[in-house]
Design a protein. Structure first.
Length: 125
């Protein structure tokens, strides 16, 4: 299964954007390693490209690419971290997934990161 990981990213504080980037990476890694999913994490993909190539890092700059990729997926994961309800990008991704009839699973990062063997992942926050 190919899954798309929706997560809020935009924020007035660039440090918060970096935290959200790291959180998306950690959760994508858990989904890949433990669930065996093929995961596309748009933040994990676009954050370093935007930074290194001088491209708009906001979802509006990635809308066309992200919606094409979401259309190829079989599931939408929504990472429920602060800001996900307010994120226009996440809300548009949810709306598109609903339109496409994709199952949507909301993820609580605390539940995913509770296992003791994830100590290394917690430290990576």
């Amino acid at each position: 299964m190919i899954a798309y990981l929706a997560c809020p990213y935009s924020h007035q504080d660039k440090k918060m954007m970096a935290v959200r980037f790291r959180m998306a990476n950690v959760i994508a890694g858990i989904l890949i390693k433990e669930r065996g999913d093929v995961v596309f994490s748009p933040i994990s993909h676009s954050h370093p490209i935007a930074r290194d190539a001088g491209i708009d890092p906001l979802w509006t700059g990635w809308y066309e690419q992200d919606t094409v990729i979401l259309g190829l997926c079989q599931k939408l994961y929504v990472l429920n971290i602060p800001g996900w309800r307010e994120s226009s990008g996440v809300q548009k991704e949810i709306a598109l997934a609903e339109k496409l009839g994709l199952p949507i699973e909301h993820l609580n990062p605390n539940n995913l990161m509770e296992k003791p063997e994830r100590g290394r992942l917690k430290a990576a926050k």
